[in-house]
Ligand binder design. Structure first.
Ligand code: M6R
Length: 621
């Protein structure tokens, strides 16, 4: 979603800000803007002037504009990429927003829910608005409250304004009247302050910080930080002092750069074997039939008593959660459900005693998942997180959890996080199963299989050229079906989601058996139908479903188990995956589907890492 970068130091702010903004482009946005404070000498001393430049579309458009006008001076500034919520995609609605009195500029991620009431109040005070956004209301409110003569400086005005606000925000604010100050604050939307030598770089995502410093602190909700070149002072919106903890950012620059790959999605698909080895490191002990999960071990007693597990998430994370549901019932013998967090949250769910809610999320910031988690906690459930981003809001709000450890995922289309989520849910279900009814032999067998998954994924990746060729055959087709059964029904959903989100081809995923209850009407001559037909308990049933599609002219692309010659009778194209235990199979069967989606998008000429209308992390409900 929206991205924020701000800077105060001795360097030219514009360059640093734009570099940071480009690192955040992956998050999805539709307009961008920048503001700096530059000082000039006048007879009365130094005067600062605020300059704001905005552009619709890519950061490159903003750069062009800046170049045409000779660039912005100043070593204090802020910038933003906006993903429209309140008001259309226009320059007026792009950030930074300003007040109409003191040269205050503000960038904001999140939503000010009571903006309409605040706007009415501010209009009654004579303020005139130029945009339709909630953010401009906050800029004006800070300006309305700003009164240096009464001791209300920028920091105090920000604190006072935020006391009036309901909603979520990460904000950075500068002001012509205080040209050596940057004020930042957070509630519900992430913001980190990178601490350099005489300089500070603030960003909504640490990837915009790491090329400058690896020392940073993450703001907590209701924190306000006043930053000067000399240092920073942190307080709450009620002006109670807070001491933040400066930590080392666990982010390697190499991890957020493309290297030899053409797109981040491609890089992330190919790094899955390595990523998964990292997920498993120190957690699998085959010899002792043991899963080691330090992040949840304090809750072993609650886990053993679990009577119901509810897994929530959105999009790809929900697909992983659905596989998790099958795993928990199958391996740990606990009644389990999966549910869109957005639905769970509002449907007044029943949470009985000994219920566990597992929030699955790559970013750990998805608004719906966070809201669902809070609802479950309020109703007494033990909450666990299966999260990738360390220190994210969900990871901090859950009682316990297991990190994915797959490294930063930059591609908007989630790939390695999905496999990481399924892997962690598998570990968790074996962990729990072993504490309940699972024999040590069964456990050892599963762990042996699990340990081999990275190599099995590598084997599938070797078929990339073939997968590209098969995809090219069907590239003109506008409607696709993805079908699977059992553990691979959610994999089919994931395959369809991947294809539609980056290639804009219409795709439906569903349980293979469901097709004949309606969707079969869609099948026309030559329509591609991708079947996950690996060897498993439902193999014969899947073959029957394949025949039903073939009989109506559909073209079958089968994802099948290496060595299965029989399937060739029924499928136009076969993409092989190695043989693995059924419950572990989604981690390998999803790989050809990810590659198909990737190649389809490239062949259609789309910007794979920046799909239209999408944001990497959806922080609005
Ligand atoms: O960060 P999260 O895992 O919570 O994100 C959830 C979904 O928004 C996300 O998985 C989305 O569906 C992906 N773009 C799909 O590739």
């Amino acid at each position: 979603m929206c991205g924020i970068v701000a800077y105060i130091g001795s360097k030219k702010a514009q360059e640093l800000l734009l570099e940071g903004l480009k690192r955040l482009e992956y998050r999805g946005y539709d307009s961008a803007g920048i503001a700096t404070l530059s000082k000039s000498n006048s007879t009365t001393g130094d005067v600062a002037s605020l300059k704001v430049v905005k552009a619709v579309g890519r950061v490159a458009n903003l750069e062009d504009k800046l170049e045409d006008m000779g660039g912005l001076n100043g070593s204090v500034g802020l910038c933003h990429t906006r993903w429209a919520t309140h008001g259309g995609v226009t320059e007026f609605n792009a950030h930074p927003h300003t007040d109409d009195r003191f040269g205050i500029a503000l960038v904001h991620n999140g939503i000010i829910e009571n903006y309409a009431a605040l706007k009415t109040y501010l209009e009654s005070k004579g303020h005139v608005f130029k945009s339709q956004t909630d953010t401009e209301v906050l800029a004006m409110l800070i300006g309305e409250l700003y009164s240096p003569a009464e001791g209300i400086d920028l920091e105090a005005a920000v604190q006072a304004a935020l006391r009036e606000v309901t909603g979520a925000y990460a904000i950075c604010v500068i002001c012509e009247k205080e040209p050596d100050v940057l004020v930042v604050a957070r509630k519900g939307s992430p913001l980190s302050v990178g601490v350099g030598n005489g300089e500070f770089i603030v960003a909504s995502d640490p990837s915009a910080i790491v090329s400058h410093t690896s020392q940073a602190f993450h703001l907590d909700d209701y924190n306000v930080v006043k930053i000067t070149r000399q240092g920073f002072k942190t307080s709450t919106i009620h002006n109670v002092a807070v001491t933040p903890k400066v930590v080392q950012l666990e982010l390697d620059l190499e991890e957020i750069e493309l290297g030899t790959f053409s797109h981040f999605m491609q890089k992330e698909i190919f790094e899955q074997p390595k990523a998964l080895k990292n997920t498993f490191r120190g957690r699998i002990n085959v010899q002792d039939s043991k899963v080691v999960l330090g992040g949840v071990s304090n809750f072993d007693r609650d886990l053993v008593k679990a009577r119901r597990i509810i897994l929530t998430g959105q999009g790809t994370a929900l697909h992983a959660a659905r596989i998790g549901r099958y795993l928990f019932e199958d391996l740990a013998k606990v009644t389990s459900h999966d549910e869109y967090a957005s639905e769970f949250r509002y449907r007044n769910p029943i949470i009985e005693e000994n219920s566990i809610v597992i929030a699955v999320s790559q970013s750990g910031e998805t608004a719906d998942t966070l809201a669902g988690l809070r609802e479950a906690k309020d109703r007494g459930a033990l909450s666990l997180g299966v999260i990738n981003v360390v220190g994210s809001t969900i990871s901090r709000e859950t009682d316990a959890g297991v990190y994915l450890r797959v490294g930063p995922e930059i591609g908007v289309a989630s790939t390695k996080a999905f496999v990481g989520q399924v892997a962690v849910l598998t570990l968790l279900s074996i962990y729990l199963g072993r504490k309940r009814f699972m024999s040590s032999e069964h456990c050892r067998e599963l762990l042996t299989g699990l340990e081999q998954i990275p190599d099995k994924i590598q084997q599938v990746l070797e078929y990339d050229d073939l997968i590209k060729k098969v995809t090219a055959k069907y590239i003109e087709k506008e409607n696709w079906l993805f079908l699977g059964r059992g553990y691979n029904y959610p994999t089919a959903l994931e395959g369809a989601l991947k294809l539609k989100e980056i290639s804009y081809i219409h795709a439906e995923g569903m349980p293979a058996a469901e097709m004949k209850h309606g969707p079969i009407a869609l099948i026309t001559e030559g329509m591609p139908a991708v079947f996950i037909a690996n060897k498993g308990p439902q193999y014969e049933k899947v073959i029957s479903n394949i025949q039903e599609v073939r009989a109506r002219g559909g073209h079958i692309i089968a994802v099948a188990t290496e060595g299965d010659e029989h399937i060739k009778r029924y499928a136009e194209d076969v993409l092989y995956v190695p043989d693995v235990p059924e419950c572990l199979s989604p981690m390998v069967t999803v790989i050809p589907l990810q590659l198909m989606a990737y190649h389809a998008a490239v062949l259609r000429g789309h910007d794979v890492d920046k799909p239209r209308n999408l944001a990497k992390s959806v922080t609005v409900e």
